[in-house]
Design a binder for this molecule. Structure first.
Ligand SMILES: [Zn+2]
Length: 603
């Protein structure tokens, strides 16, 4: 066995040209392993152990990341300030800064890494830790589920919306899988518009149509006076295609109808929120709506609170994920919803589909009726999430966070002494076992974690596919050459509905474990080194034999990258879709929001 190397600085970057110079001038190299000659749907590619290792090993990502850093194969890109959980009550300002890395595996020859940091003075307090269940003997059921349960006092209700996001106590970080209320029953059920069959009981009532329906009525007198209308000769059709926005998240506490079958609970909500403002935003620009900090966009229409909003939505959520928290008691609709005190939903920025005139007779102060004209804006059909939440006393005085036990990391400050490489201010350890190591301790305060995200398939477990194959240097690039065919290894769970419905833009194959793990690719590793975070060498260190093969392969890869780096430097424009993809992952958007965001991107 080779001695395990100890962190940074114990090796030098690969030589520019070693003993194994390339002999394959075509650049096409047949990989070892068993591959079918016919790569149609249904065939299976079997990688060798080495190939699989090269793709999957955390150590390999770490080592290549160091190489990008030490060879300075990167450039910066501009920063962007936006909001986390935009449109929701407890949102906070964040800043993305980032780096561009050359690749020979993307149309743009570039991958983007975005570092997400919270703007100074904006850090929300998410609650105080009161205990951690990390005894492998007494908490064996949790261990089997790969969950560490963390008890939190005075929790911020935004935690209910932070599933799959990461929390920090300043040193330890982990990914939130789920939240339980004060009584350790579900604190949040996530419902989505009915996407499959309408329940039998409801077909006579609601027909077969599903999806969110939303109308906004603004008094005509409010609409006609605006500068935008004057410029457009008071033609209200000028609003079609622009972005509508309801800035205040909405809360309801009543459902119009409930039904259920063996698998799902179905709800019908008709809601007319009061005190809602309405804005039409000038969204012309390179990035789609939800990426922007909405407050920076020009408002073509900005109403006060006398806007009438109508929401009519049929929602569903499955029983199966929540049943286990009720033990032997069967979770029917009544049992489940008895834990809920608030129905929370935010409507993401939407596209105005149609505009028309409406009128109604309204009672005047003098007792007479008068005809009042409205302009009605209808939203293009969209999907959003509705949260059935516990938010009030006594259901949410405390909560329990379920953290995935494989997602823990620990970040510690580095003293500036001669043994620490210059420029490194902290160390990040990704080999943390919360069943063995001391992690979150009682008394600590929780906050959102900083994050690095990347547009590459290795980070996202999804491939962006842009129209038209790009040719570079006369060679056609195959975007899927090194990653599993999504048709063979794609996600099977219900949440994939959003991304699968925009096939042609992205296809993902990440499992739940991928999404609830600490994400980390060679580019984000490099970005951490660049930013002075000394990423500790992962423990899955390869054998000497693998290491030698790896060194040769890495040298060839970085030779090719020299060419890609040239291309990137020549091409200075930003590839919108890839940058949006990188940033969107940092915003913890759900699958449907992510899909909408990518669809709205102007190619
Ligand atoms: Zn990456």
């Amino acid at each position: 066995m080779p001695r395990k190397k100890n962190g940074l600085g114990s090796f030098s970057p690969a030589p520019v040209r070693g003993a194994n110079s390339k002999t394959n001038v075509s650049g096409v190299k047949k990989a070892a392993g068993s591959y079918p000659s016919n790569r149609r749907y249904g065939t299976l590619a079997l990688r060798t152990v080495i190939e699989s290792y090269d793709l999957n090993s955390r150590w390999v990502r770490w080592r290549k990341g160091y190489e990008y850093f030490s060879k300075a194969f990167y450039t910066n890109f501009q920063t962007l300030v936006t909001k986390m959980y935009q449109g929701q009550a407890d949102s906070w300002d964040i800043e993305f800064t980032g780096y561009k890395f050359p690749t020979y595996n993307a149309d743009s020859a570039t991958h983007y890494v975005a570092r997400k940091t919270i703007m100074p003075g904006q850090t929300p307090n998410l609650g105080t830790i009161t205990g951690i269940d990390n005894d492998a003997n007494t908490d064996s059921a949790n261990k089997a589920e790969r969950e560490i349960w963390l008890d939190v006092d005075s929790p911020n209700r935004i935690l209910n919306r932070m599933l799959l996001d990461r929390i920090s106590d300043g040193e330890n970080e982990a990914t939130i899988k789920y939240v339980l209320n004060s009584h350790r029953y579900p604190a949040v059920y996530l419902a989505k518009p009915i996407s499959g069959d309408m329940p039998e009981a409801w077909k006579p009532l609601y027909g077969e149509d599903t999806g969110s329906i939303l109308f906004v009525n603004v008094p005509l007198t409010t609409v006609v006076g605006t500068q935008f209308m004057i410029e457009n000769d008071n033609n209200i059709q000028a609003y079609v295609g622009l972005t509508g926005y309801l800035p205040v998240p909405m809360e309801a506490n009543k459902l119009s109808d409930i039904t259920e079958d063996a698998d799902n609970i179905y709800t019908h909500m008709v809601h007319t929120p009061i005190n809602q403002k309405f804005q039409i935003l000038d969204s012309e620009g390179a990035l789609p709506d939800a990426i922007y900090n909405i407050s920076l966009l020009d408002k073509l229409l900005d109403t006060d609170v006398n806007t009438a909003v109508g929401v009519d939505v049929l929602m569903e959520f499955p029983k199966e994920p929540y049943q286990r928290f009720f033990g032997s008691q069967y979770m029917d609709a009544l049992t489940a919803l008895s834990q809920v005190d608030t129905i929370f939903y935010a409507v993401p920025p939407w596209t105005v589909k149609s505009v028309g005139y409406r009128y109604r007779w309204e009672l005047q102060p003098g007792g007479s009726f008068e005809l009042v004209w409205y302009v009605q804006f209808e939203a293009a059909p969209f999907k959003n999430e509705v949260y059935y939440e516990a938010t009030k006393s006594p259901r949410f005085d405390s909560c329990t966070l379920l953290l995935t036990d494989y997602s823990f990391t620990k970040r510690t400050p580095l003293p500036q002494d001669p043994y620490v490489p210059k420029g490194f201010s902290s160390a990040l350890n990704t080999d943390v076992d919360p069943w063995m190591d001391e992690t979150f301790t009682a008394g600590g305060n929780l906050k959102p974690a900083e994050m690095y995200t990347c547009s590459c398939p290795d980070y996202a477990k999804a491939q962006l596919r842009m129209p038209g194959g790009q040719k570079q240097g006369g060679k056609k690039r195959n975007r899927q050459e090194r990653y599993p065919l999504p048709s063979a290894l794609s996600r099977q769970d219900v949440e994939s509905v959003g991304l699968n419905s925009v096939a042609g833009i992205t296809q993902g194959w990440g499992t739940y474990k991928d999404r609830s793990d600490f994400h980390f690719c060679k580019h984000t590793a490099a970005a951490m080194f660049i930013d002075g975070i000394k990423l500790k060498e992962p423990s899955d260190y390869p054998s000497l034999d693998s290491r030698e093969k790896f060194d040769v392969a890495m040298e060839e890869e970085f030779d090719k990258l020299d060419e890609a780096f040239d291309i990137q430097v020549r091409r200075s424009e930003i590839t919108t879709t890839e940058i949006v993809f990188a940033l969107a992952q940092g915003l913890n958007l759900d699958e449907i929001e992510m899909a909408n965001l990518l669809l709205e991107t102007k190619f």
